[in-house]
Design a protein around this ligand. Structure first.
Ligand SMILES: [Cu+2]
Length: 311
């Protein structure tokens, strides 16, 4: 929102100001809706630096927003902005107003003094760093007994000091990309033998020289859809001795019309000579192109573990 557009609103008069207020409300709802969805879908990276203008209600060059009484008031612009959670945020406030204000949030406690513009039309610049640990909607306001007139009075709906959309507004804090991407991929797996008639029959007992086929499917946690080699950068098995085996993706029944059902990740592992007998506590890790990961650990039931038996 720049001064030019605000001036155009000013010229349109009180009706335009109402439209602006409605737009602010719409922004709040819309962004809050997006925020609600972040638990299951990663967001694009949000900027960690934010600049607010504190517009002067009286100066022709940098006008505040016209209030219900038709007068212009000192105004934070924008009055709603979105930042990522658990991330240091640099906030810069350019104050064009002739009076001093401040930027206050109750919890987390933020209180930053905002000096008046220095001289003439030269604004003051205030910068501070803060952090919101938890996603949510945080009200900010000017808490000084300033010369903001009606805009500095307590909100009639008891939201707190100052009027929303003028000397008060909201910081929408959404789960950061890092948090959102911690939603794990869903990895499922079974093992089958690849010897004679036992092919594709679930089995857990193998001897040296047998081939163990690990069948792996990875699902996108948000869509439930299987993830192929265009979506995943790697699917790897790790054996207890640290051996890493890289699975590949292919269609295992090309005559089946249901490609999604017959396509999955596999690794064929031939049990090497001298491999110790007993349970093989393998794990499987999948990594998506966007960095999301998921892990498969076999059920902690002895009969479901891969076991190597004596020849
Ligand atoms: Cu103030």
């Amino acid at each position: 929102m720049n001064g030019f557009r605000l001036r155009k609103w000013m010229r349109r008069g009180p009706l335009a100001a109402i439209a602006f207020t409605a737009m602010v409300a719409g922004t709040t709802l819309g962004t809050a809706g997006t925020s609600g969805a972040t638990s299951s879908s990663p967001l694009p990276n949000l900027p960690t630096s934010y600049t607010l203008n504190l517009l002067n209600g009286q100066m022709a060059a940098q006008s505040g927003i016209v209030g219900p009484n038709g007068k212009g008031y000192d105004t934070f612009s924008p009055s709603v902005f979105t930042v990522p959670a658990a991330t240091p945020i640099n906030i810069t406030i350019i104050n064009y107003a002739g009076g001093q204000h401040n930027f206050t949030v109750k919890n987390p406690a933020i209180s930053s003094a905002i000096p008046a513009r220095t001289s003439g039309a030269v604004p003051s610049t205030t910068t501070f760093t803060t952090e919101f640990a938890t996603p949510g909607r945080y009200r900010f306001y000017c808490a000084t007994k300033c010369s903001g007139g009606w805009a500095a009075t307590a909100d009639s709906n008891k939201k707190g000091p100052s009027q929303d959309g003028y000397l008060a507004g909201y910081v929408l804090v959404v789960a950061s990309t890092q948090t959102a991407t911690s939603t794990p991929l869903v990895v499922s797996s079974d093992i089958v033998g690849n010897v004679g008639t036992s092919s594709c029959v679930g089995d857990t007992l193998f001897k040296v020289g047998n081939t163990v086929v690990f069948r792996i499917r990875v699902y996108d946690p948000t869509t439930g859809q299987p993830m192929d080699n265009t979506m995943l950068s790697s699917v790897v098995l790790t054996l207890p001795d640290g051996t890493v085996l890289k699975a590949t993706y292919s269609d295992h029944n090309k005559t089946s019309p249901d490609v999604a059902a017959s396509s999955f990740w596999t690794y064929c592992w031939t049990v090497p000579v001298g491999y110790p007998t007993g349970t093989v506590n393998y794990t499987i890790s999948a990594t998506a192109n966007n960095g999301e990961t998921g892990k498969f650990v076999p059920f902690n039931v002895a009969s479901s573990f891969l076991q190597i038996v004596a020849s």
